[in-house]
Design a protein around this ligand. Structure first.
Ligand code: P6P
Length: 322
């Protein structure tokens, strides 16, 4: 489809009406969130609520607001049956006759809000397994291979929706004058190679030996293979993964001595990012298995993740399994 096409036109030509309504509802909610973020300092909604979420993390005011906005817009879509969020302990039934269930990180990287760094909304959409009525946890325990649509809204120097419905990846930029999403990045493909590695090197002493060797490999001087690579780490998964998707590179949040299963959540961070990355020609594993093959058994379970340029993920595996 040509640059400049609207999100609604694109969805009308690439997916079914019910799924389009869910995605357009998320898009409408993202516009409110984008505006709130841009004006946070003025509207006095920076900072924390004073509560902690199910993860034991401090809830930013904008986390809470974003979560409520997305739930309200999805409820209005009438095709969203259920909702799982980083900010909610349990699942929520939105429409008993809805067809789709949505797993969401409403505002990933929110600890960066006060620093004005890129943050984002990550979403994964599958079909419910139960016939109708209230959704149950089992509806959400589907591998990433069952994903019907996945993507993220990155609130950065511009607001961009990066989305896939299983036939490639496209980016839509929010026009801040007429508040429409327009196709700006058709058919995104990520490079098989990259010269950027993204990880919290401050944790290096907590990493297993193979990870330490991979970090040494990335930072060694070797002109033939354009090393040392550049270390770029925002501390916001959406920002780091999006930059690597566009420029090539690898993002890693490994298991470590302090976080036995890594930090990032399988259902609403790693699966959607893995689905997008694979659709763009990249790779995503937990250091061993494909992220999309992992069978979820808990709503907020975590996993290690190695995601981005295929040859960099393979190189990391060589050191992990060396
Ligand atoms: P660390 C943000 O809190 C987040 O969930 C991801 O967006 C980000 O990649 C990661 O945590 C950063 O974690 O431990 O390096 O600060």
């Amino acid at each position: 489809m040509k640059k400049g096409a609207t999100l609604a036109d694109f969805l009308e030509n690439t997916t079914n009406l019910d799924l389009s309504k869910v995605i357009l509802s998320l898009a409408e909610g993202s516009k409110i969130i984008s505006n709130l973020i841009s004006n946070a300092g003025i509207a006095d909604i920076l900072g924390v609520t004073g509560e902690t979420n199910v993860q034991g993390e401090t809830v930013q005011k904008l986390d809470d607001l974003s979560n409520k906005i997305l739930m309200d817009y999805l409820r209005a879509s009438e095709t969203a049956a259920g909702y799982l969020s980083e900010e909610n302990e349990g699942i929520v039934t939105l429409h008993e006759n809805g067809k789709y269930i949505i797993s969401v990180d409403p505002l990933d990287g929110s600890s960066n809000i006060d620093a004005c760094a890129p943050i984002g909304t990550i979403f994964n959409i599958v079909e419910r397994l139960s016939p109708a009525g209230s959704v149950n946890d089992a509806d959400f325990f589907q591998t990433g291979n069952h994903t019907k649509a996945a993507g993220y809204f990155i609130y950065g120097s511009s607001t961009i929706l990066v989305i896939t419905t299983g036939n490639g990846v496209n980016g839509f930029t929010l026009n801040t004058e007429n508040h429409g999403y327009y196709l700006s990045h058709p058919d995104i493909k990520t490079s098989e190679n990259g010269k950027i590695y993204s990880l919290n090197q401050g944790n290096i002493e907590k990493y297993e030996e193979g990870m330490k060797k991979f970090v040494s490999y990335c930072s060694a001087i070797d002109k033939e293979t354009s090393r040392p690579y550049s270390l770029r780490y925002i501390g916001s998964m959406v920002g780091d993964v999006h930059r690597n998707l566009i420029k090539g590179g690898i993002f890693i949040y490994p298991a470590n001595k302090g976080e036995k299963k890594g930090k990032l959540r399988l259902l609403y961070e790693c699966i959607p990012m893995a689905f997008v990355t694979e659709q763009a020609g990249g790779k995503a594993t937990d250091g061993n298995q494909r992220i999309l093959d992992l069978q979820p058994v808990e709503l907020h379970e975590r996993t290690a993740i190695f995601i981005g340029s295929k040859n960099l993920v393979d190189k990391a595996h060589e050191f992990l399994n060396g």
